[in-house]
Write a protein that binds this ligand. Sequence first.
Ligand code: FO1
Length: 336
Amino acid sequence: MVPAGGIGGARLLRGLAAVVGDDAVITVIGNTGDDIWVHGLRVCPDLDTVMYTLGNGISEERGWGREDETFTVKDELAAYGVEPTWFGLGDRDTATHLIRTQLLHAGYPLSAVTAALCDRWKPGVQLLPMSDERVETHVVVDDPDQTPEPGQAAARRAIHFQEWWIRYRAQLPAHSFAYVGLDNAKPGPGVIEAIDTCDLIIIPPSNPVVSVGTILQIPGIREAIVEAPAPVVGISPIIAGAPVRGMADACLRAIDVPTTATGIARHYGPRRALIPIGASGGGILDAWLIDTSDAAAVPDIEALGITCAAVPLLMSNLAKTADMARAAMDLVGFTP
Ligand code: FO1
């Protein structure tokens, strides 16, 4: 089972699928906190990134949206002066949003809609939304439209994660994250069952705050992973103090977590406390794979009660990603 966000999670899944082969069932719990209503369409970026990446429709260059994409509709909307002009709505991608929006309006839950869309893309994994309820990540920032009076603190405003991420490139310092709708959200169909019955849990190199972190916020999911019978191995999204892609550092700063492989291991926490032996550590990790450039951190991470190894973590091609997936399995003694 893999709780995944966008690009990092999707790319790891390609390597994992190559290692375990067609007979294995990979269940992906997809982050839906990035989801947004745009021009009346429901857009689910992290679900679509997994679906397109594993269905071979992804734009490799962008890491999101479709290959061979055009943005004519986006440009026409901008010509009308319709906001949000900052959102990159692709023409091919719009077909996915139109179908999803129609099915949601017809009353189908997001899980059923996602399954229907995957009928076309055949990603080769079971893609389950973390929840069928709407949960949206918002970011509390200093209001960019207001200049504070001298000596006055800036007014704060919550903006949608996508506006912070795309329009402001996460350059507006984030004070905190708010998960709108979280209070009445429950795990989507099949999510807890997948955690309880799977043979291995891999925490992929997705954004630990707004992707994996959001999934763990859904009541019941984190608890299920802590108690899961399967081993849990994570892969660091931070190499030598920087995210490989994206802006996870801006997110980690907002929650006072160091942008280091060790910082995130500590943030996720050990599943088993060192003392008393085997007691719950309250965390989710049995093991943590870090990059060779961070090898000096292995002893510190092992001292947390988390088994650790350092291997090359750059997913620059399928073979290297497959090696990473194998190394993660080896670290917890799992053979597919
Ligand atoms: N990311 C951008 O940086 N710019 C965009 O214009 C953009 C549009 C977009 C449209 C559909 C979609 O599924 C994803 C899109 N993304 C875009 C990526 C999106 O912001 C993701 O949520 C992040 O990459 C984090 O996972």
